[in-house]
Design a protein around this ligand. Structure first.
Ligand code: ATP
Ligand code: MG
Length: 545
C-alpha cells in the first residue's frame, strides 16, 4: 500500500481525528446481474484497501433490490472472484434481506408527512418533473392525508394494484435545483418473483431509497461509489436523516470510475457478447471480467498492483491498456518459470552428437529461491526459423551459415551445412556441437553473442497456443460504439513445439516461453494435449507520461 494518501483517506483521517467515526466500515455492493470486471477490481481495492489500512470492516452486500435481472450464478461468481483477488469480507449480506426494514422506513416517512402515494403514470411524473432551468409541478396526489397514504401503501404491499398503477414518492421539493430532489419515486409496484424473497413482495424499493438505508442499517461509515452518483448525494443524505438513523450516519464519497482503452466496462455489453456466442463465456480469456483475466493468466497480485499504481481520482479519465499489461509483466517476471518452446520449427541435426542426456536448466533467474528442471537433449533439435538467416543482416547474432550460437542451457553449435528444399527454402540445418562448450562448464574459448531457445525433437510436445488481442478495435473516426468495434480477429490459434516438462503443468500455471512471451495453461487442456493462452508479450509497450 502506498504511503501517499488519496482524498478518500484524507476524509477518513479527519473523521477519525474528530471522533465522528470510531471503526471505519465500508462495503462493496455489486448488483448480481453479471460477472465482475476490472472496473470492479478498482472499487474492491479501494473498499477492502481501506478495511486493511484502518483495521476496519468491509461487507460484501449484493444489491439485489431489482428482481428482474438477477441470478444466483452471478452471486457465486462474484464471491469466488473476490476471494481470488485476495479479499475477505466481514459480513455477507443481501439488500433483499432488508425489505422489511425498507418498508418500515417508508411507513415512517409517510407518518412524518414525508412521503405520499401517487397514481400518476411514469409518463405523467416525467412531464411534471421540470427541467434543469424550470421547476417541476406538484403532483395532484401530493396532499393526500397521512391516513390515506398509509392505507394505500399497505394495499400496494398486499397486491391490490397492478404494476405501474401506483408509486410511493418522497415529499421533498418540486422546485429544487437538483432534479433528484423533486419528489423522487421510492417504491413501485412490481409483481415479480425475486431470487431471494420469492413472491413475498410485489412492491420494490428504488435504488436511491434502498442504498442509503442498507448502508445506515449496516453501520457503514464511508459509502464509496462512482461519480455518476454525485447528484444523488443530497437525496442519500435526506433518506438517512429523515429515517432517523443514529450517528455516525454513513457518508457517500464519489470517485472516478476506471476506464481502460479498448476495454469494455459494461456488464450489459459483456452479457450481450456471451449471449450471442461471440466469446466462449464470461471467463473467455479475452473478456475483461475478473474470471476472464484470471483465465488469461493475469495474476491477482498484478491487478491489485495496477489499481494501486493508477490511484484514486476525482475526475474521469482513461488508462492505457498497456499500463495494465506492464503490471502483469512485472509480476510474471518475478514469478513465472522460464521454459523453451518453438513456434515455427526448423529441424537441426547435430552431426557430431550421439546419444541423449538430461541437462539441468534454471527455472527462473529472478526467483527468490533458485530451482532447476531437467531438459532432454539429443541429436535432432528444433530451433525457431526466425533464429536462422541464410543471408544475415549486419550485426546478426543468431545462427547463420558458418556461424555459431549458444543453445540456451546447452551447447554452442556451429552451422556447417544448409539443406534447401525444392523451392529453395531452408529445409534443415546440419550443425556440429563445439566440444567443451556446455553451459555452466564452458572451457571452449569460443565467443558467442547470441543465445536462442530450442527443443529436443524426440521428446518435444505439441502444444496449442491461443494468441489473444482486445475484443475491441481502436477508435477510428470518433466511432466509440462497442457494437461497431468488435474485433473479429481477437483470437488466433497456432501450435508450437515445447519441452516435455510442460506435460507436468497444472491449469493456471504460468510460464515465460523464453524470448517469446508469457503463457498460462488453460482448462481446455486434455491429457497430453496442453492448451496455452498468451498472457502478454515480453516487450513493454507502455511509456509513462
Ligand atoms: P455496470 O454498469 O457494468 O453494470 P455497475 O456500476 O452497475 O456496473 P455494480 O454491480 O452496481 O455495477 O457495481 C458494484 C460496485 O462497483 C459499485 O460500487 C460501482 O460503483 C463499482 N464499479 C463498477 N464499475 C466500475 C468501474 N469501471 N470503476 C470503478 N468502480 C466501478
Ligand atoms: Mg449498477
Amino acid at each position: 500500500m502506498s504511503e501517499f494518501k488519496n482524498f478518500i483517506e484524507d476524509i477518513i483521517d479527519n473523521d477519525l481525528a474528530t471522533g465522528k467515526v470510531k471503526t471505519v466500515c465500508t462495503r462493496f455492493p455489486p448488483e448480481p446481474n453479471g460477472y465482475l470486471h476490472i472496473g470492479h477490481a478498482k472499487s474492491l481495492c479501494i473498499n477492502f484497501g481501506i478495511k486493511q489500512k484502518y483495521n476496519g470492516k468491509c461487507n460484501l452486500r449484493f444489491d439485489d433490490t431489482n428482481p428482474s435481472k438477477e441470478d444466483t450464478e452471478y452471486v457465486e461468481s462474484i464471491k469466488s472472484d473476490i476471494e481470488w483477488l485476495g479479499f475477505k469480507w466481514d459480513k455477507l449480506l443481501f439488500a433483499s434481506d432488508y425489505f422489511d426494514v425498507m418498508f418500515d422506513c417508508a411507513v415512517k416517512l409517510i407518518k412524518k408527512g414525508l412521503a405520499y402515494v401517487s397514481d400518476e403514470t411514469a409518463e405523467e411524473i416525467r412531464l411534471r418533473r421540470g427541467t434543469l432551468t424550470e421547476p417541476g409541478q406538484e403532483s395532484p396526489y401530493r396532499n393526500r392525508s397521512v391516513d390515506e397514504n398509509l392505507k394505500l401503501f399497505y394495499e400496494m404491499r398486499d397486491g391490490k394494484y397492478p404494476d405501474g398503477s401506483k408509486v410511493l414518492r418522497a415529499k421533498i421539493d418540486m422546485a429544487s435545483p437538483n432534479v433528484n430532489m423533486r419528489d423522487p419515486v421510492i417504491y413501485r409496484v412490481l409483481h415479480a418473483t425475486h431470487h431471494n424473497t420469492g413472491d413475498k413482495w410485489c412492491i420494490y424499493p428504488m435504488y436511491d431509497f434502498a442504498h442509503p438505508i442498507e448502508d445506515a442499517h449496516e453501520g457503514i461509515t464511508h459509502s464509496i461509489c462512482t461519480l455518476e452518483f454525485e447528484d444523488h448525494r443530497p437525496l442519500y443524505d435526506w433518506v438517512v436523516n429523515s429515517c432517523d438513523f443514529p450517528n455516525p450516519k454513513p457518508q457517500q464519497i464519489e470517485f472516478a470510475r476506471l476506464n481502460i482503452t479498448n476495454t469494455i466496462m459494461s456488464k450489459r455489453y459483456l452479457k450481450k457478447l456471451v449471449d450471442e456466442g461471440k466469446v466462449m463465456g464470461w471467463d473467455d480469456p479475452r473478456m475483461p471480467t475478473l474470471s476472464g483475466l484470471r483465465r488469461r493468466g493475469y495474476p491477482a497480485a498484478a491487478l491489485r498492483d495496477f489499481c494501486e499504481r493508477i490511484g484514486v481520482a476525482k475526475a474521469n479519465s482513461e488508462v492505457e491498456e498497456a499500463y495494465l499489461c506492464s503490471c502483469v509483466r512485472d509480476e510474471l517476471n518475478k514469478t513465472a518459470d522460464r521454459v523453451m518452446a518453438v513456434f515455427d520449427p526448423l529441424k537441426v541435426v547435430l552431426t557430431n552428437y550421439e546419444g541423449t542426456e538430461e541437462l539441468t536448466v534454471e527455472n527462473n533467474p529472478n526467483a527468490q529461491e533458485l530451482t532447476y528442471r531437467k531438459v532432454p537433449f539429443s541429436k535432432v533439435i528444433y530451433i525457431d526459423k526466425s533464429d536462422f538467416a541464410l543471408v544475415p543482416p549486419p550485426k546478426y547474432y543468431r545462427l547463420k551459415p558458418d556461424g555459431v550460437v549458444r543453445l540456451k542451457g546447452a551447447y554452442i553449435i556451429h552451422c556447417d551445412d544448409v539443406v534447401l528444399d525444392g523451392n529453395g527454402e531452408v529445409a534443415e540445418l546440419h550443425c556440429s556441437v563445439i566440444p567443451n562448450s556446455k553451459s555452466g562448464d564452458d572451457t571452449s574459448g569460443v565467443k558467442v553473442k547470441g543465445v536462442i531457445q530450442w527443443v529436443d525433437a524426440q521428446t518435444a510436445v505439441d502444444v496449442t497456443v491461443r494468441k489473444l488481442q482486445s475484443l475491441l478495435t481502436d477508435v477510428v473516426d470518433g466511432v466509440t460504439d462497442f457494437n461497431q468495434r468488435f474485433n473479429e480477429n481477437s483470437l488466433k490459434v497456432v501450435s508450437a513445439k515445447a519441452e516435455k516438462s510442460l506435460l507436468n503443468a497444472k491449469v493456471e500455471d504460468k510460464f515465460q516461453f523464453m524470448r517469446v512471451g508469457y503463457y498460462v495453461l488453460d482448462k481446455d487442456s486434455k491429457d497430453g494435449k496442453p492448451v496455452f493462452n498468451e498472457i502478454v508479450g515480453l516487450k513493454d509497450g507502455f511509456k509513462p507520461q
